[in-house]
Design a protein around this ligand. Structure first.
Ligand code: URA
Length: 273
């Protein structure tokens, strides 16, 4: 990847190092700025699931919840949007202004999974539009990734952004286990429809939902996990990064790792043809 002077200036402002697609893929072309990313290692979900869970467990799903999950499993994009819009499966539907389905191209190679809508997201109906969203946008832009549904970019440069919870918890409190459980089938179906090349799980609730792990981000980042066969990279939530800017460089390393994974997936598909 070539960096525009604007991208370089922006990364420097954020105190982040550069990621180079050439550096990660080609031994012939010397990269101007080598990517300082750790080598990916694949960790089975089972291993992540075996990690000690430092959280309150949700009760086992009731048969009705299983039936609901099964009915969501076969929805296409429009039907899934409708199901999210009409959802009353947990108490959050009473206090939300609107559910936040997610945004992005339906064939995006990247999927970002965050926590839950905040006030701005609840108002606007789009994920990550507040302060944390601005930081996320800058980090994605540094990799030339865009959330826009329309536009000339190839699918490899597109990102679909969703949350573990589609509705805002009152006063932005933490999601409750039963809320995560009720919302999970929507995220599962979004991932199945999208079939992203890489998932970036941001923050502990995304990690809890996708890896069933209560381990802290710091212990899970820096390697490649798998969610139902899809490579998954864990990183800090942008809201955390706003409070802890020293960790932005680590988050950038995580994005570079995810970029390597996405790139490798594209190359694998080409090689298999
Ligand atoms: N934080 C999230 O995790 N998601 C949003 O959509 C906004 C803030």
């Amino acid at each position: 990847m070539r960096w525009s002077s604007r991208q370089q200036a922006m990364l420097q402002t954020m105190g982040l190092r550069l990621w180079s697609r050439a550096a990660s893929t080609s031994s012939k072309t010397p990269a101007p700025t080598p990517a300082p990313t750790p080598a990916p290692t694949v960790t089975a979900v089972a291993a992540a699931a075996a990690a000690p869970a430092a959280r309150r467990e949700a009760p086992p799903p009731a048969p009705a919840a299983d039936a609901r999950a099964a009915s969501i499993e076969h929805l296409d994009w429009p039907a899934l949007r409708e199901a999210v819009a009409a959802c009353q499966a947990c108490e959050l539907h009473r206090t939300r202004r609107q559910p936040v389905f997610g945004v992005g191209h339906e064939r995006a190679h990247w999927m970002v999974v965050g926590e839950a809508p905040g006030e701005q997201e609840d108002l606007q109906g789009e994920p990550f539009v507040g302060a944390a969203g601005e930081l996320l946008e800058r980090m994605l832009a540094a990799l030339a990734l865009r959330r826009a549904v329309q536009g000339p970019e190839p699918e490899a440069q597109r990102v679909f952004i969703a949350n573990t919870l589609k509705c805002r918890p009152p006063r932005n409190r933490n999601p409750q286990p039963e809320e995560l459980q009720a919302c999970e089938p929507f995220l599962v179906r979004q991932i199945a429809l999208l079939q992203p090349r890489v998932i970036l799980a941001m923050g502990r609730f995304a990690i809890q939902s996708l890896l069933q792990s209560g381990e802290p981000v710091g212990k899970l980042r820096g390697r490649v996990h798998r969610y139902r066969g899809v490579p998954l990279v864990v990183t800090y939530h942008p809201a955390y990064l706003l409070r802890n800017p020293a960790d932005k460089a680590r988050a950038w390393d995580d994005l570079c790792l995810a970029a390597q994974v996405a790139q490798q997936a594209v190359q694998q598909v080409a090689a298999d043809r």
